[in-house]
Design a binder for this molecule. Structure first.
Ligand code: ZN
Length: 418
């Protein structure tokens, strides 16, 4: 299995100059190779046109894609690199395999073209942003472990040593190394061969999960996953910036700037949420064998009135709640869907079962006796004549789990041993 690790590079001025130099030479080579093949393609294509002798019109070009490029092709161009290096000294300063990879890129765009994609295009300076070491030659990575963090140095032949910020540990065997420019930042992208994740041991615990506004998730065993701590502050920033944005005149520079700031806050909250959801979903998958969620597509209908509640305190908001509602909805809804999606893909990789059930009345039905106990949204506690006393969301989560288990029909190990 391939896994990709991307890290920020911190080249010094000399190394950065060489990075730009290499990138520009690669782009130049790419465009030249493309131009040669384009000419060859057009020349050969023209020769093969069938002309209707009576009308003089072109009937068809009959050559197959492979024949068309016979004159100039991938291997021919790869061989020509030796000549190019002789004629253009500056190319001698670039690792051979990097240049070969450029030729391969041209070949790939032609293959895609033959498969129906558009005709390959020349690349302007902003359109060509990476070069690749396709194997183990021309580079070396040194990693130094310092407590919990890693210090890395990437040695590139004829370019120099570059500091790498290894924010997470690299795994597996490095197969290819790409150097990538993003605006004025440089990155290294390692594509690594890693072993398939080992199956985690079978669990005998199942769980039902109620997703909510007060808590991110309430589990059927009474545990809760709270919204992350940073969330409240990030959301405040987001709201403030949205208000600022709405006050700016349409089409103005100030509005553009406010828009950028709002976008930035949005991205930050999205990134934080993604990290948090990854961690939480991993925990759930490690612990439970069967995980039952409510089906959000159905759930949203019953949830509609909820945004009128303050999502932190569960209290009702008086005025302006509707306007705030759409923002809250966009923050929270996206979060739930993504969270379930992450759990789902991790479950698939780990041999766990995840299913979603119709959530209708899950908060109204008593999980102890099955009777309907109507309550409005402000009632946070479930009390029933049968003696069941539960948090409203825990009651719902138990019902969700029960629906899931009913659906599985006792065919899985947990319910057989329960
Ligand atoms: Zn009851």
């Amino acid at each position: 299995m391939r896994k990709v690790f991307k890290y920020r590079l911190y080249p010094n001025t000399t190394a950065e100059k060489k990075l730009y130099f290499t990138l520009n030479r690669c782009r130049e080579l790419y465009n030249a190779a493309l131009s040669e093949r384009k000419d060859s393609y057009q020349l050969h294509e023209r020769k093969q046109l069938q002309i209707n002798s009576e009308t003089g019109q072109v009937v068809a070009a009959t050559m197959t894609a492979k024949q068309r490029v016979k004159a100039v092709g991938y291997y021919g161009q790869k061989r020509a690199l030796v000549e190019i290096k002789k004629l253009r000294e500056e190319y001698q300063g670039i690792a051979s395999h990097v240049l070969q990879d450029v030729i391969l890129r041209v070949e790939r765009t032609f293959q895609r073209f033959f498969d129906g994609a558009g005709f390959p295009r020349f690349k302007g300076p902003n359109r060509y942003d990476s070069f690749t070491y396709p194997d183990g030659a021309g580079w070396k990575l040194d990693v130094e472990e310092q407590g919990n963090s890693f210090k890395g140095t990437l040695h590139l032949t004829r370019i120099g040593d570059i500091k790498v910020r290894l924010h997470r540990k690299i795994e597996g065997k490095i197969k290819t190394v790409a150097i990538k420019r993003e605006v004025d930042h440089w990155f290294v992208v390692f594509s690594c061969e890693v072993e398939e994740p080992a199956q985690i041991p079978l669990s005998y615990e199942d769980v039902g999960i109620d997703l909510g506004v007060t808590h991110l998730a309430t589990l059927s065993n009474g545990e809760m996953i709270e919204h992350p701590r940073y969330y409240r502050r990030a959301k405040k920033t987001l709201e403030k910036r949205q208000q600022a944005l709405s006050r700016k005149k349409k089409g103005s520079h100030r509005r553009e700037r406010a828009k950028k700031l709002f976008g930035k806050a949005h991205r930050k909250i999205a990134n934080q949420r993604r990290d948090f959801h990854h961690k939480q979903s991993r925990k759930l998958i490690n612990r439970y064998q069967v995980i039952v969620f409510e089906d959000l597509h159905i759930g949203n209908l019953t949830r509609r009135p909820k945004p009128k509640q303050d999502e932190e305190t569960g209290q009702y908001l008086s005025n302006g709640a509707a306007a705030k509602g759409s923002l809250n909805k966009s923050i929270l809804d996206a979060g739930w869907g993504m969270f379930v999606g992450m759990c789902s893909s991790k479950a698939a990789g780990a041999g766990r079962t995840l299913l979603t059930v119709d959530p209708t009345f899950t908060s109204q039905v008593c999980s102890g006796c099955g009777q309907v106990r109507k309550k409005d949204l402000s009632e946070r506690w479930h009390t029933c004549d049968c003696g069941t006393e539960l948090d409203r969301d825990v009651n719902a989560a138990i019902n969700i789990l029960a629906r899931g288990q009913q659906h599985l029909g006792g065919k899985h190990p947990t319910s057989a041993t329960a």
